[in-house]
Write a protein that binds this ligand. Structure first.
Ligand code: FAD
Length: 334
């Protein structure tokens, strides 16, 4: 479908439009920029980093999305080493009670969002701007944004969680080849209800200030004060996938209180205030084995790719590696 361009609105023209300033979008943007491409990133969120998210409540500071990064891919190991050298990441822990020789978990300094801010340094990003619809114009992608602007791009990379990416593709009546649709249909996500609780006193959580729990309503508790994120007592509690799915549509404050009650024996401190955030697509529980998906391959579409943690592993590292893979594919097509 080819759209016409009316003379009266603001139009950006770029080589590549990236939807999403999470880790996949930012890692792709950096590689594409290094390859000499003119790149624009748009994100509907106010902050950068997508599921790398932080929040403040009074003097308390929280990482309430991703809690740490692990490194297996050699290029990602080198990248994290550079971040450590630059002071925006550090090793948080590698062993904890019951697991004495685990692999290193790195955290952002001062918070996880520092990683996204570093990656965004030289990138042109429109924040608090949602991509609404896609269409084609002269074999390029014409994207309508909710700030009234349109972007004409030779190539498009979508890094939203897959159900949201599929909605965007549907807005442009973009036919997904059947084999790729089957792969996308297999991808599944877990929900996560995250509670950010301010404590009266320091928590009783043992060093290193993080507990992963196998059973029950809680999957994870971390002590942002011990972690070095917060100067005052503050914990993040993540509901388990089962608990979060069961309670996702209920009143979040009520559900948050249930998690606080369940966490109380570990906290051993009164909660003075709390907020709740629901992550509908927190982590993929079933991922695609390929690092990204070139949807336009073998079609008449202008270059169009999908990337994100659904393609390379349900974690920070997977999202970054997927962004790099998509950048490599798209750089060769524009
Ligand atoms: C609670 C929680 C705990 C986690 N814990 C860990 C952990 O400890 N370790 C780990 O490695 N990983 C963890 N993860 C997973 C990790 O955060 C993700 O794998 C990674 O951040 C995903 O990055 P991404 O770029 O693929 O997607 P996202 O970060 O989701 O980025 C996608 C971006 O697209 C934007 N977007 C979507 N639709 C539109 C649109 N129409 N227009 C404009 N913008 C749009 C969104 O606002 C978002 O910023 C956790 C995630 C959650 C939620």
């Amino acid at each position: 479908m080819s759209a016409s361009i009316q003379p009266n609105y603001s139009l950006n023209t770029v080589d590549i439009l990236i939807i999403g300033a999470g880790l996949a979008g930012l890692s792709a943007a950096n590689d594409l920029k290094r390859a000499g491409k003119n790149v624009l990133v748009v994100d509907k969120g106010r902050g950068l980093g997508g599921r790398l998210a932080g929040r403040r409540i009074g003097d308390a500071t929280f990482d309430h999305g991703a809690q740490f990064m692990t490194t297996r891919n050699p290029r990602f190991q080198d990248t994290v080493a550079e971040w450590v050298k630059a002071g925006v990441a550090e090793e948080w822990y590698s062993s904890y009670p019951g697991n004495e020789n685990g692999h290193p978990r790195y955290r952002g300094v001062p918070t996880m969002t520092a990683i996204a801010k570093t990656m965004a340094t030289d990138i042109t990003i429109l924040r608090s701007v949602r991509a609404l619809t896609l269409s084609q114009h002269n074999h390029q992608w014409l994207t309508t944004l909710d700030n009234g602007q349109k972007v004409l791009a030779k190539s498009l990379l979508i890094t939203a969680p897959i159900p949201q990416s599929i909605d965007l593709l549907a807005s442009g009546n973009i036919q997904i080849p059947a084999a790729k649709q089957t792969r996308l249909d297999r991808i599944e996500y877990e929900a996560c209800i995250a509670v950010m609780a301010v404590l009266e006193n320091s928590s009783a959580i043992p060093a290193p200030g993080a507990i992963a729990i196998e059973d029950g309503p809680i999957a994870w508790i971390s002590d942002n004060q011990q972690k070095g994120v917060s100067t005052t007592p503050a914990v993040t509690i993540h509901g388990s996938a089962e608990f979060s799915a069961e309670h996702f549509e209920q009143d979040h404050q009520t559900v948050g209180q249930l998690l606080i009650d369940a966490a109380q024996p570990l906290l051993n401190a009164n909660v003075t205030e709390f907020q709740v955030h629901g992550w509908r697509y927190s982590k993929p529980s079933v991922v695609d084995p390929e690092p990204c998906m070139l949807l336009s391959e073998g079609t008449d579409l202008p270059p169009l790719a999908l990337a994100g943690d659904a393609f390379n592993g349900p974690r920070v590292e997977g999202a970054v590696v997927s962004g790099w893979a998509a950048a490599k594919v798209l750089a060769g097509l524009v």
